[in-house]
Design a protein around this ligand. Structure first.
Ligand SMILES: [Zn+2]
Length: 481
C-alpha cells in the first residue's frame, strides 16, 4: 500500500461527539431512517461467519502465492505468473466472467546496490533502493553527508546541500489505537525527498526507513519520478543506521559511497484480474472488492498485499460455495502495479467508466492480514456533505454485521487502487486492520507468509465477505458525493 493517513479533523470530531455521549455525529441525525435489511440476512451472515472462520483455504492460498511465486514487482515474470495463478484459482472456484484485463506497466529494476561509509570509519550500511529511483552509474557516487530532520532543517542548511548526499532522518510515530500509524506523515520524505534535496543540488538522497520499529530492516517504497524530478539516486537506510549517521555527522565530516544499478527496462504487459457473482435482481449494480496482486521485489508481499488478494478471492468463493444469491453483482478486482505506478487502478477506472455510476462501493483490502477493525472511507473537503451521509450509513451497516471488534468507520482512509474511482463519485472504502505491526514488515524482506496469523486472515475474509454481501443485499445504496 502507498496510502495511509493518521487521524484527520473529522475523526477527531467523531471522537469528541462520542465523548459527549452522542453515538452518531450530527449529520447522521439528518440521514434518512434506517432501512430494514432483507429477511433472512442474519442467517446468511451467520453462515458466512462460520464458513470463513472454519476454512483453511485462505491460508493455503496465501502460502501457495508467497512460496511458489514469491514477490511480484510490476514488470517481473513473477507478477505474470501471479496473474495466471489468480485466473486459474478463480476459475477453479467456479466464478463467472473470470478475466485478465491487459494493463501496460513500467518495469523498474533494482539491480545491485550498496552503501559504504568511508569516513570517519569504514563500514557497510544496510540500505535498500527506493522504487523508481535513478541509478548512480557504475562508478557510484562518493560524497559528504548532510543530515536533516525535515523540510525546515533542509532550508536552514540549503547552502550546504550542493554536491552532498542528503539524509532525511525523520522518525515515524508508533501506531496507537487513538492516533493510527504515523506512516502518512513520515512517508513524505521517501516520496518527495528527491525533489526537495535534488533542487538544492544534492547528488543523492537517503531516507530513514518509514517504520516505527526496526531490527535493522531497510524498507523500500516508491519515490516520485517524472520529468520534473531530479534524476538522482534515492535509497532508504535502516532506523539504526540513520540515527548513527546523524550522531556521527554532528561530530565531524561523514563520507559515503553509494552504488545503485536502478533503471527502467522497456514497459511490460500486465493485467488486472476480475471475477464475479452476478446479481440476480440488479446485475448492473456492482460491489467491487479487491486487493493488489503486485508487491515490492523483496520478501513475499504476504501482508502487502497477498493478504488482500486472498481476502477478496476467498470472500467471493465462500459466498458462492454457500449458494447465496446476491441481489447486486459482487466483483473481485485484483489490481496490478499499485506499488510503483497505479497503472492497474487507472486502467480499471478507464475500462469500466460506463459502470462507475452503478458501482455501489469499491472496497480495497490493503492493510495486511491482521484482525479487521472496521472500514475506512475517504472524505475530502469538497465532498464531505455527501460522504458524511455515507459514513453514517456505513456505521449502521457495520452495526448490523455483528462481527466482534469490527465496528470503526474511519473517514480519511481508502485504498490507493480505489482512488481513481472515488474521483468519479464511487464510495471508496478500505478494510481497516489492527495496525500495531503492519509497518514493522511493510515493504521489507520480512513481509513473508509466516508473519500472517491464519485466524486473523480468516477474520479478514469474514469481514470482507460480510460487508460485500450486505452492500449487495441492502435495499438502499450509499450516498454519493
Ligand atoms: Zn499495498
Amino acid at each position: 500500500m502507498t496510502h495511509r493517513n493518521g487521524p484527520n479533523p473529522l475523526m477527531i470530531q467523531l471522537f469528541c461527539w462520542c465523548l459527549l455521549g452522542l453515538c452518531l455525529p450530527p449529520w447522521a441525525l439528518a440521514a434518512p431512517p434506517a432501512v430494514a435489511l432483507p429477511q433472512g440476512i442474519d442467517l446468511d451472515l451467520q453462515r458466512i461467519h462460520t464458513a470463513a472462520l472454519q476454512s483453511p483455504r485462505g491460508m493455503a492460498r496465501l502460502t501457495e502465492l508467497c512460496d511458489t511465486i514469491g514477490h511480484r514487482l510490476a514488470g517481473s515474470v513473477a507478477l505474470e505468473q501471479a496473474v495466471l495463478w489468480a485466473v486459474a484459482g478463480l476459475h477453479a472456484d467456479g466464478q463467472t466472467n473470470v478475466r485478465a484485463e491487459p494493463v501496460q506497466v513500467r518495469a523498474w529494476k533494482r539491480g545491485n546496490e550498496s552503501l559504504q561509509m568511508l569516513q570517519p570509519r569504514s563500514m557497510p550500511l544496510t540500505m535498500i533502493g527506493l522504487g523508481n529511483s535513478s541509478g548512480t552509474g557504475p562508478q557510484g557516487i562518493t560524497a559528504q553527508l548532510l543530515v536533516v530532520s525535515d523540510e525546515a532543517d533542509l532550508q536552514a542548511h540549503a547552502a550546504e546541500a550542493k554536491g552532498k548526499i542528503v539524509l532525511f532522518d525523520n522518525a515515524m510515530a508508533p501506531w496507537s489505537r487513538e492516533q493510527g500509524s504515523g506512516y502518512g506523515k513520515a512517508v513524505r520524505f521517501r516520496s518527495g525527498g528527491r525533489v526537495l534535496a535534488g533542487k538544492l543540488g544534492a547528488v543523492a538522497v537517503l531516507v530513514r526507513s518509514v517504520t516505527a520499529h526496526s531490527l535493522n530492516t531497510p524498507h523500500t517504497g516508491a519515490t516520485q519520478d517524472g520529468p520534473e524530478v531530479p534524476a538522482i539516486a534515492a535509497a532508504a537506510v535502516t532506523v539504526e543506521h540513520a540515527q548513527m549517521l546523524h550522531r556521527l555527522a554532528a561530530l565531524g565530516p561523514v563520507r559515503l559511497h553509494l552504488t545503485m544499478d536502478a533503471h527502467f527496462d522497456a514497459d511490460r504487459n500486465s493485467a488486472n484480474v476480475l471475477a464475479e457473482i452476478q446479481g440476480y435482481e440488479h446485475p448492473e449494480e456492482i460491489v467491487v472488492i479487491g486487493g493488489h496482486l503486485d508487491s515490492w521485489d523483496v520478501g513475499q508481499g504476504a501482508h502487502d498485499d497477498g493478504a488482500g488478494v486472498v481476502h477478496a478471492m476467498e470472500a467471493l468463493r465462500i459466498i458462492r460455495q454457500l449458494g447465496l444469491k446476491p441481489r447486486r453483482t459482487i466483483r473481485v478486482v485484483l489490481w496490478t502495479n499499485e506499488e510503483n505506478g497505479l497503472a492497474g487502478a487507472r486502467a480499471y477506472a478507464l475500462a469500466h467508466a460506463h459502470e462507475l455510476a452503478n458501482t455501489v462501493a469499491a472496497i480495497e483490502s490493503d492493510a495486511g492480514g491482521f484482525s479487521p477493525v472496521g472500514l475506512g472511507i475517504e472524505v475530502t473537503e469538497t465532498v464531505r456533505d455527501g460522504q458524511g451521509l455515507a459514513v453514517a450509513q456505513l456505521q449502521r451497516l457495520l452495526n448490523l454485521i455483528a462481527i466482534p471488534q469490527f465496528s470503526e468507520v474511519n473517514p480519511g482512509q481508502a485504498g490507493a487502487d480505489t482512488s481513481p474511482l472515488l474521483k468519479t463519485g464511487v464510495p471508496g472504502l478500505e478494510l481497516l486492520t489492527d495496525g500495531a505491526h503492519y509497518f514493522d514488515y511493510h515493504h521489507t524482506a520480512a513481509d513473508t507468509v509466516d508473519k500472517v496469523d491464519p485466524q486473523q486472515l480468516q477474520r479478514g475474509i469474514d469481514a470482507l465477505a460480510s460487508v460485500a454481501y450486505v452492500l449487495a443485499q441492502w435495499p438502499g445504496r450509499l450516498s454519493r458525493p
